[in-house]
Design a protein around this ligand. Structure first.
Ligand SMILES: Nc1ncnc2c1ncn2[C@@H]1O[C@H](COP(=O)(O)OP(=O)(O)OP(=O)(O)O)[C@@H](O)[C@H]1O
Length: 280
């Protein structure tokens, strides 16, 4: 019997409805993610990556609609779930990590308030036990002084630290799948590498599957097992990362690789000129 994937997306179609017209933004895409697999989705800005994730979570904005396709989690069709079932699924089974970590927090509530309330909302435990779990997971994602952190406000933390807090909150709910939508784009170079390493560790330690979205092939190459290249709402290429990097077939994939190579060459030139920060 064929192995059942954790997530199966089949012929997903999403449109925007404007007064007199319908604009397709995701066109019949299909992919599967196995347990413990990191699946990369790469493509230029506006090609439909975020709308693909939001379709999976049933969180499409007003005016944008899923009009076709089937989404299954561990063999269960997600069509027709009630609001309460969706709320339980988000967080408990699928966690979302967004691009700008600050936007995920309420500025006037402490990290502890966010963490503990999320755990209580998902019916895990009482306040004392939730606090203990918060401390444990903040430490597990490499944040020092977890006790102090619980009393701090989001603005007192760096973007990299906030992204770690989000990952800790997600992990504490032991999701099967993490959807990470450009998780490092808003961070400085050092934090970017640390967050990518942390996601790799999460997969190793917890066996969590990850849908990793990025416009940067370098990020995908570092982490993903397989990858789909999205262009204007369609998948133009889909393969193992190894195959795709060594044998890019589609012209758009080739142009992404070329752009990446040029950035690498420029960076090397700057380094050999003794400057790593300013363009020559
Ligand atoms: N709230 C919205 N209302 C109307 N159209 C939207 C909305 N959000 C996105 N779109 C449109 O949907 C299309 C797909 O957008 P999407 O955000 O999925 O792209 P993306 O690949 O994630 O881009 P980026 O890498 O810049 O985040 C784009 O044409 C975009 O303009």
């Amino acid at each position: 019997m064929a192995k059942q994937p954790l997530l199966a997306v089949e012929d997903l179609e999403v449109i925007i409805k404007r007064k007199d017209k319908v604009i397709p933004i995701v066109r019949q895409i299909s992919f599967q993610i196995d347990k413990g697999e990191i699946f990369g989705l790469v493509g230029e800005s506006g090609c439909g990556k975020t709308m693909t994730c939001l379709s999976i979570l049933n969180l499409l904005p007003t005016g944008i609609q899923k009009i076709g396709g089937r989404i299954q989690l561990a063999g269960k069709n997600l069509e027709g779930l009630s609001t309460a079932e969706w709320r339980k699924l988000r967080g408990d089974r699928i966690a979302l990590i967004m691009q700008n970590p600050m936007s995920a927090f309420d500025a006037i509530r402490t990290i502890g308030d966010h963490f503990i309330e999320t755990l209580l909302a998902h019916g895990k435990t009482d306040t004392k036990a939730a606090r203990k779990i918060s401390l444990e997971y903040l430490e597990r994602v490499g944040l020092p002084d977890a006790g102090l952190l619980l009393h701090q406000y989001p603005f007192e933390l760096s973007g990299g630290m906030l992204q770690r807090v989000i990952i800790a909150i997600a992990l504490a709910q032991k999701p099967d799948l993490i959807i990470a939508d450009e998780p490092t784009t808003a961070l400085d170079a050092t934090s970017q590498v640390q967050i990518l390493d942390l996601l790799a560790e999460v997969r190793r330690e917890f066996g969590t599957s990850i849908l990793l979205i990025s416009h940067d092939l370098g990020v995908i190459a570092r982490l993903a097992d397989s990858v789909a290249v999205m262009y204007k709402g369609q998948f133009v290429e889909q393969d193992s990362v190894y195959q795709l990097f060594f044998n890019p077939c589609h012209p758009y994939t080739q142009s992404l690789m070329e752009a990446r190579r040029s950035i690498g060459l420029l960076r090397n030139r700057r380094l050999s000129n003794g400057s790593s920060t300013t363009a020559s």
